[in-house]
Design a protein around this ligand. Structure first.
Ligand code: FE2
Ligand code: FE2
Length: 358
């Protein structure tokens, strides 16, 4: 066990309890929305699909999955300081984003209880899963001598307002990208057990099926609202949210290439695989998706990540803020430029493909 001093360090809220990382554009966010608008959504066109997704959530396949087995009962003192801090960073980000899902779903369930019982139950079950996920990761943080105070996080974080349409697009995407992130790590470690440095990863296979089911529920919700896929605006929003999720994923994955290296993965390849698969999965829900086969697609995303590294370096170069501001401008323009090029590249028309299949 790591020894903790009696005096909390600047990193700690109190001994053993880690201060949440400073919020940036890239840290997992906490959301709130227009609950009345969701309560008034008409679901009848896809009621069957929504009820089927609800039935899957009720089945609670992972009821007994999140129980720590004996493989956790050992010391992790052999992790050197660098490995330990990379690992804690990974655990903290994962725990925060699971917990952010829990808070949003719990609030949705509470607010819809009397007005939309089907949605309220579904959100209640989604919150159940995310609470399990966050709690399980937080126990792993304890293995490294730290944990997150989730109550503190609930009160101190700022909440970002998203209209229901944005919530549906982004939660769908974050569930599906979560699925691909977990399953690709799992499959890689299954093939290369020598890189499996910590037992948490072996839980990922069933775990990611939770995220997949959550995504399926949001897909049913999305398809029940014609305004989310049948209009030209919905086509632009779909591309926009895919793009922002993929840029964020590239930035956070590539700046943490140390973590992926530690488990024997190439961060660039992993980033590409996650994005390609998530984009393809989104074909089933969104009216349009991005063309990941375009020869410039990934080089542009990676250029955004490289520009982000320059921005980070400027932020810590010690120059006065005003100088830093001007130093940052070309890199911000660079990111916006690459994002615009991806956004305006001819997309893949999912509705046309759907029409062909039927
Ligand atoms: Fe989760
Ligand atoms: Fe989830």
């Amino acid at each position: 066990m790591v020894t903790l001093t009696d005096q909390p360090s600047p990193e700690l809220l109190r001994p053993g309890v880690k201060k949440p990382v400073q919020e940036t554009l890239l840290t997992p966010r906490f959301y709130t929305t227009d609950f009345d608008k969701i309560a008034n959504m008409v679901l009848s066109s896809h009621e069957e699909e929504i009820l089927a997704a609800l039935e899957e959530l009720r089945a609670d396949y992972n009821r007994n999955h999140f129980i720590r087995d004996e493989s956790f009962e050992q010391s992790w003192d052999h992790f050197d300081e660098k490995t330990r801090s990379i690992f804690i960073d990974f655990l903290e980000r994962s725990c925060t984003s699971e917990f952010s899902g829990f808070l949003l779903f719990k609030e949705l369930s509470r607010r819809l209880r009397d007005r939309s019982p089907i949605l309220a139950e579904a959100f209640h079950l989604l919150a159940r899963d995310e609470a399990r996920h966050a709690g399980f990761i937080n126990k792993s943080m304890v293995d490294f001598g730290l944990c997150l105070d989730l109550k503190y996080l609930t009160q101190k974080r700022t909440y970002t307002f998203f209209p229901p349409e944005w919530v549906i697009y982004t939660v769908y995407l974050s569930e599906k990208i979560g699925y691909w992130r977990y399953i690709l790590v799992y499959r890689h470690l299954e093939k290369h057990p020598e890189h499996n440095i910590y037992p948490l990863f072996k839980y990922f296979e069933s775990w990611c099926q939770d995220e997949n089911r959550h995504g399926d529920f949001f897909k049913a919700l999305l398809r029940s609202q014609k305004s989310l896929w049948k209009t030209w605006q919905s086509r632009l929003w779909s591309r926009f949210f895919l793009l922002t999720v993929f840029v964020t994923h590239s930035l956070t994955t590539l700046e943490r290439s140390d973590f992926y290296e530690m488990i024997g993965l190439d961060a660039h390849q992993y980033n590409r695989d996650v994005i390609r698969n998530t984009n393809e999965t989104s074909l089933r829900a969104f009216p349009e998706v991005l063309d990941t086969n375009h020869p410039q697609f990934f080089t542009r995303l990676e250029a955004c990540a490289a520009a982000n590294e320059h921005l980070k370096a400027i932020a810590t170069n010690g120059n006065p803020k005003v100088i830093q501001f001007f130093q940052k401008i070309p890199w911000i323009i660079n990111i916006v430029w690459h994002m615009a090029l991806i956004f305006f590249t001819k997309p893949v028309d999912a509705e046309a493909l759907r029409a062909e299949v039927h």
